[in-house]
Design a protein around this ligand. Sequence first.
Ligand SMILES: Cc1cc2nc3c(=O)[nH]c(=O)nc-3n(C[C@H](O)[C@H](O)[C@H](O)COP(=O)(O)OP(=O)(O)OC[C@H]3O[C@@H](n4cnc5c(N)ncnc54)[C@H](O)[C@@H]3O)c2cc1C
Length: 538
Amino acid sequence: MSEPIRNLTIVGGGTAGWLAAAMISASRNGTSDAAPLNVTLIESPTIPTVGVGEATTLSMGWTLDLAGLDENDFIRSCDVTFKAAVKFIDWDRSDDGTPLSYYHPFSIPPYLNGYAPAYHYHRRHKGGGGRSFAHSMLGSCAVLDALKSPRKPGAQSLDGLFPYAYHVNAGLFAGYLREYCKTIGVNHVLDDVVGVNRDERGFVSSLALERGGDHPVEFVIDCSGFRSLILQQALEEPFVSFQESLPCDRAIPMPIDHPEPGGKLPPYTTSTGLSAGWAWNVPLWSRRGTGYVYSSAHISDDEAIAELAAHNGVAPPENSRSIHMNIGRTRHTWVKNCVGMGLAAGFIEPLESTSIHFVQMSVRWLLDNFPTRDCSPALQQNFNGLTATLYEEIRDFIALHYVLNNRDDTPFWRFARDELTCPDRLAHLIELWRHKLPSAPDLPNRGALFSEWSYMYVLFGKKFFAGMDFPSEDAIRDADFDEFLFSVASDKNRLMAEAPDHRAAIAEIREMQSTPWYRPAGTSVDLAGAGGEAGAIA
Ligand SMILES: Cc1cc2nc3c(=O)[nH]c(=O)nc-3n(C[C@H](O)[C@H](O)[C@H](O)COP(=O)(O)OP(=O)(O)OC[C@H]3O[C@@H](n4cnc5c(N)ncnc54)[C@H](O)[C@@H]3O)c2cc1C
């Protein structure tokens, strides 16, 4: 067997770099009886991080647990609030032109005699009218409307009334992880990588640092952001663009104050369709993260800034910057002895806040496929297959929002509907779902990020199924649905009684006595319902 890897190098000190360093170091060194894995993170003192990326998916609970981070401390330190859904506004319109709005929540309802209660809902509301789909399925939607919290302040860490993720200040989070990494022995080097040296096999053998000279490499994770210094530049791994299926290529962040200081805090992210893309609204504890993701073919930067400012009800700020987004992925994310993570590996627009999730999954898969120094091609192939599948799953789910939009008011929305290339797999699913409702076996990706329920929340929200008939509806009983609605109403009443106001809950957590800021790695909490296969690395 070839030599074990004892030294791991990470290039980049953004969220991706520090998250990878924290997760790998905590999981490889906390409970192992083998020789330690030395982790060194090299970060440029002058090149800034992208500094946006403020909403997460459910898997963040698993990551806090793996790294042994205390949830309350994380909430207090990183300006965190809870996120239990994405609310979509004006991605579609009703027949009279009024904007549709719907939730994509993280919770899922139980099945009725083997059938999704979505069938019962659909048979009762064929025309697309009636109570909203998500509200009919889940008692927790009323809690979202009431701006209440998915977790009680005194509850055990990660023990929610219903599943939740987080809104987090990206800059504070990277700094928090950096301090944590220092306590668990990650070496931090502030220097610029100015050259990448390779051996006769093409493996990266060392990095030339501007001030520190040569840094030897056994295995390297490239987290250098959109530059993709090693993976795309030095190793020349080609980039596979997704632009033909996803129309937006620019983003303007515009952080602003809350409308009223001390006012209510939504426990969800809002995404509102504008004239040439969509605006995000991420309620952090001390401010709102907002921004416009748009197509440069349909609006100029200045027009986008003006439109977003008007949407936010503020004057256009003078210092707005437009971020150029390279939408797609590197062909392979693991090449030779280098794995790319974060923006260096690829990026899909942030509509469903999937980028940090991707880093977490990449770390998880790297730990499961951890190589010796020869980097077996079988491990690489397995890892590359997993990452390619996840990129395509996310691309398809985001594309769904665009290709099925029914807005006619601007060229952008018509372009998104009529001229984007619908990926083959998505086109197949859309055709399939004209004949049945989405179910788990329709989705080829085991452990998918977006379940059949995610698709149903969006498709019902868009009124995609209006007027359709499904043969499977003959197998269901109407009375079952009445019982189901009764149980949803009971659940709603219980949650409304138990859930505290979101702002009040976060305020109380911020005031609570600090527990040790991290637990010894490996002392796990029960994450059932908070992120799928939580607790297991492999
Ligand atoms: C508009 C927008 C909104 C987003 N919203 C979300 C969201 O809601 N949720 C989500 O999960 N993600 C989101 N993302 C993605 C998220 O911002 C990134 O995935 C995340 O910040 C990780 O970035 P990164 O660490 O890969 O890169 P960066 O933050 O760009 O960090 C790159 C690092 O590499 C270093 N570096 C570069 N060159 C060198 C060199 N030569 N030598 C040494 N160091 C070097 C830099 O100094 C820096 O430390 C969003 C992204 C954009 C653009």
